[in-house]
Design a protein. Structure first.
Lengths: 241, 415
């Protein structure tokens, strides 16, 4: 089976008077059903690597294959299409559209993909939100939800098109400890129950210690890529949600 | 596309006050453009109607566009003529019956033949120079706009027996004459006759009211010593737009210079074209200003919605989607403004149609006049077209900028 992500010599240099190297010669292979944490000090290139893996940014050098598709030099249209079907993003800030309800926000990627009928989209959005404990908040706008609830809506939105890969950039960074735990357990549940691959950038050492694999970056370079032997992640339970 | 439309609507409605201002700007532009176009077109139509009504549609004179060819040139293939002094021909169209029959065979309209000569009207020691026009009363009544401008008498009055003349009211005023007065007419050839005034007209054009006198054709021929000659054929067509074709054929058949009304008023018609160019330039300028309002609001929205743009792009929306989104917003404002502008334009035109002017003048008496207005769907279509084009450009510029936004820059900034 081909890996979900295969990166070879990924390098990202910001053009400037003094060019800044964000990611330096990173080679990675990520398979299905993996829960990976990318860690490292501030400015080590964690988010930059995530954006490269998520096709939001283009590498200066190196190659990247995503779900068997070579991504080097492909047109914006094709990148967007691949992103829409293959990747779900969760950011530190929820980035929900403020004028739309929780359900409408979750429906947006489905509507863009256009594979489901309006009824099916609505049903799927409802199911996703119910699965993360937001069944009573379907028609609330983001400003009527708490920080943790908004972030959970963002996770549901990331899963809207049932992508095999979820990329999360500091998903618990702006949450209190209770909400952080809820979001972490949902992400873990995605791997255990739904068979997704989750790659999360995090500063949280507790979270990093509870995932399957930890990639540590320093100055844009991978310094360690280890499997956690003593991981403590548990599948999210209805109570925990 | 429906999703983009929904997003566009939420963006626009999210900035209520600015949206109202932008739509009002476009609506004002469209409304005033329609009103202005209606007035300008109305004025032009009025002017053209007067031009077409008062002038002959085709006029044939006794001139030729080029000098007559010498018979030797027609007979021999190569002829050199030196020291030629052309004979002084008797001027005028000397075979009017033949020319008239030729024209009546194909002209779809009415024809009047006349002889125009210069002379002086003398009465009570006053001399006034006039154009003496010899006419057939029946033919002239069917062609001339003066037929509708009589204050006293009519063209038919000329045929009442004796030597009769019809003059303008201002000429009679200058001479101190009135209906029934006998005046003396002296022609440029020195012929002199007494004529009784049997009709007075007022066209409103001083040159005609003060400088024209109508007599029977045979009297004009006697005064100018040109028996059986005419020098002016005027044609009124059933369809004025056919004048150039009729003129071409008439000139080809008669050999005399034949001028359609369009050629006679070429410079005036060119001036009207220039006036229209100026009008549509002003309309374009108004719409350009309205476009700035749209540009302003779309720019603000793209700036405010940078995060939304970033997340939509990260979800899988393309640069093209983003361009379309903000272009749709610009066009929506343009459409809204156009629709409101149509209502405003129609209301303005209706209000102007109710305006009455009372014009008074020494000779015209009192006349009730309205603003000349033209009602045409094209004014609405063109104004909306300008508005939408302006809105499209105003929306496209910020849309292009929004599409180029790098989501990574925005996500990093927001985190």
């Amino acid at each position: 089976m081909s890996p979900l992500i295969e990166a070879r010599g990924l390098t990202r240099i910001l053009p400037a008077t003094v060019p800044v190297t964000l990611v330096r010669d990173v080679s990675l292979t990520i398979g299905e059903r993996e829960f990976i944490a990318i860690t490292g000090p501030s400015g080590s290139g964690k988010s930059s690597l995530l954006y490269l893996l998520g096709l939001l940014d283009e590498p200066t050098k190196g190659t990247l294959s995503l779900a068997g598709h070579a991504t080097l030099g492909i047109h914006d249209e094709a990148r967007a299409k691949l992103r829409l079907a293959t990747i779900g993003f969760v950011f530190q800030f929820h980035f929900l559209l403020p004028e739309f309800t929780a359900r409408e926000n979750v429906e947006i990627p489905m509507r863009k993909l256009g594979r489901l009928s309006p009824g099916e989209m609505s049903r799927r959005a409802t199911e996703l939100l119910a699965a993360i404990g937001l069944a009573d908040h379907l028609d609330k706008r983001p400003d009527q939800l708490s920080g943790g609830q908004r972030q959970r809506v963002a996770v549901a939105r990331a899963l809207a098109n049932d992508p095999p890969l979820v990329l999360a950039d500091e998903p618990t960074g702006s949450l209190d400890s209770t909400s952080s735990e809820q979001v972490f357990l949902i992400l873990a549940d995605l791997v255990r129950q739904r068979g997704k691959t989750v790659v999360a950038v995090t500063h949280d050492l507790d979270i990093a210690s509870r995932v399957d694999r930890r990639i540590h970056l320093v100055d844009g370079k991978v310094v360690s890529d280890d499997c956690n032997k003593d991981k403590k992640a548990e599948p999210a339970t209805p109570d925990a949600r | 596309m429906r999703l983009l439309l929904e997003l566009a609507v939420t963006h626009i409605l999210g900035r209520g006050r600015q949206t109202v201002v932008a739509i009002a700007g476009v609506a004002l532009g469209v409304g005033f453009s329609i009103a202005m176009a209606s007035l300008m077109q109305g004025g032009e139509d009025d002017f053209m109607a007067q031009l077409v009504d008062t002038m002959p549609h085709v006029q044939i004179t006794d001139e030729r566009r080029t000098a007559r060819r010498q018979p030797a040139e027609d007979v021999f293939a190569l002829a050199a003529i030196a020291g030629l002094r052309p004979k002084e021909d008797r001027r005028g169209i000397l075979n009017p019956a033949e020319v008239g029959a030729m024209l009546r065979a194909f002209v779809p309209g009415r024809i009047s033949m006349s002889l125009r000569t210069q002379g002086v009207v003398r009465y009570a020691g006053r001399d006034v120079g006039i154009s003496i026009i010899g006419i057939d009363p029946e033919e002239e009544a069917a062609v001339s706009s003066v037929a509708g401008d009589f204050l006293e008498g009519s063209f038919a009055s000329l045929a009442g027996g004796g030597n009769n003349i019809i003059v303008g009211d201002r000429l009679a005023e200058r001479l101190g004459a009135r209906l029934g007065t006998t005046v003396t007419v002296v022609s440029s050839t020195g012929q002199s006759r007494g004529f009784k005034i049997v009709g007075l007209f007022h066209t409103g054009t001083t040159a005609r009211d003060e400088g024209e006198g109508y007599v029977l054709l045979k009297n004009a021929q006697i005064l100018s010593e040109r028996p059986n000659a005419i020098n002016d054929i005027r044609i009124k067509l059933d369809d004025p737009s056919a004048a150039p074709a009729v003129a071409r054929r008439a000139e080809a058949q008669t050999g005399y210079k034949t001028v359609p009304w369009q050629e006679a008023n070429e410079s005036l018609l060119e001036a009207l074209v220039i006036r229209n160019v100026i009008m549509y330039t002003v309309v374009g300028a108004i719409m350009l200003v309205a476009g700035f309002g749209i540009f302003n609001i779309i720019s603000t929205i793209t700036h405010e919605k940078a995060r939304d743009i970033a997340i939509l792009k990260s979800l899988g929306f393309t640069q093209g989607d983003m361009r379309r989104l903000f272009l749709v917003e610009g066009l929506a404002l343009g459409l809204g403004g156009s629709a409101l502008g149509w209502v405003m334009g129609f209301s303005l035109c209706y209000a102007m149609s109710l305006v009455h002017f009372e014009l008074s003048g020494a000779a015209v008496g009192r006349e009730m006049t309205r603003l000349p207005l033209a009602w045409s769907i094209w004014h609405y279509v063109i104004a909306a077209g300008f508005a939408l084009a302006s809105a499209a450009v105003a929306g496209y510029l910020p849309a292009r900028q929004a599409a180029r936004l790098n989501p990574v820059d925005i996500i990093r900034g927001a985190s």
